[in-house]
Ligand binder design. Structure first.
Ligand code: C2E
Ligand code: MG
Ligand code: MG
Ligand code: MG
Length: 282
């Protein structure tokens, strides 16, 4: 009957909720040990100049190799890490790891590029970001301009005065700042010129739909804003030649996406770049 079918549907829904909750609680518990057990690793995705096919930068993306569940996406564990505060020691570790790796690649003359790390709002609330960045650079013997912090519009809008102050100090170290997923948040354009930001990253949602003329209008305007504010612009989620042609025609030349390469482990980056010093090809 309709009534029992409805009941069953609720039961399935409840069971799914339970499974979801159980997994979340399990991940939360395991996350506390993951750092000391060395279960995190970074993958790196190239940012390429479409005209020369040269790699001009990389983004470091976090992965968690869970002992029984396998590799877990940051989309699942970052929110848990943020809720529990674990994101702070994890990001501290990642900053040191990325700077160490970058130093190594530079010493081997495989590439000399700036590598970006994604920031959670928690890093700015903790008031310890500056010290962590400075430590990571010093330990690796790396110059500040080889490290970039990717922040989202929501971070930029959260306690703006204090965030801007922290970013200013970080930039005095040479560290670069980019606005990630630009165009998807609700930040006011009115203060973008006052933000200590070097680069705008066009969100992949726009790039994915760049055959649609209204999305083309938005992309063109993001590129124009970046140019007028003397910022650089990077397109994210680039997968096709058609997207590349369009972006280039509107003045965006730096691309990140599966077309140029998926995020790769340090070993995979090694095999791809050691025969091509300084990123002479993508
Ligand atoms: P994001 O910073 O915007 O990173 C881009 C995401 O898009 C990455 O997913 C990347 O693998 C994916 N991507 C890149 N190119 C393409 C493409 O051509 N097509 C498609 N469909 N996807 C593409 P990932 O690695 O799963 O990361 C997801 C999000 O997790 C990141 O978005 C970032 O917000 C967050 N995240 C990752 N690592 C960290 C971290 O260390 N700290 C913090 N706070 N957040 C992180
Ligand atoms: Mg990012
Ligand atoms: Mg992004
Ligand atoms: Mg994103």
């Amino acid at each position: 009957t309709a009534k029992s079918a409805g009941k069953n549907r609720f039961r399935v829904f409840d069971e799914e909720m339970d499974r979801h909750m159980i997994r979340k609680m399990e991940l939360e518990k395991d996350l506390r040990k993951a750092l000391v057990h060395g279960e995190f690793f970074a993958v790196y995705q190239p940012k390429c100049d479409a005209a020369s096919n040269r790699t001009v930068g990389m983004e470091a993306l976090l992965r968690w190799n869970h002992p029984t569940l396998g590799v877990i996406s940051p989309l699942e564990f970052i929110p848990i890490a943020e809720d529990t505060g674990m994101i702070i020691p994890i990001t501290h570790w990642l900053l040191k790891e990325v700077c160490r790796q970058n130093r190594l690649w530079q010493d081997r003359q495989w590439m000399q590029v700036c590598i970006s790390v994604n920031m959670s709002v928690r890093m700015f609330e903790s008031q310890s970001l500056y010290d962590m960045v400075e430590e990571a650079l010093t330990l690796a013997g790396l110059e500040g301009h080889y490290l970039e912090l990717e922040i989202t519009e929501s971070i930029a809008m959260h306690d703006t005065e204090d965030t801007v102050e922290q970013l200013r100090r970080l930039r005095l170290l040479g560290v670069r700042v980019s606005l990630d997923d630009f165009g998807t948040g609700y930040s006011s354009l009115g203060s973008l010129d006052e933000m200590p930001v070097d680069t705008l990253k066009i969100d992949q949602a726009f790039v994915r739909k760049s055959q649609i003329s209204s999305k083309q209008a938005i992309i063109s305007n993001i590129i124009a804003i970046a140019k007028n504010l003397n910022m650089e612009v990077v397109a994210e989620g680039v997968e096709t030649e058609e997207q590349i042609r369009f972006l280039q025609s509107r003045g965006c030349h730096v691309m990140q996406g599966y077309y140029y390469g998926k995020p790769m482990t340090a070993d995979e980056i090694g095999t791809r770049y050691h025969k091509a010093p300084a990123g002479s090809r993508f």
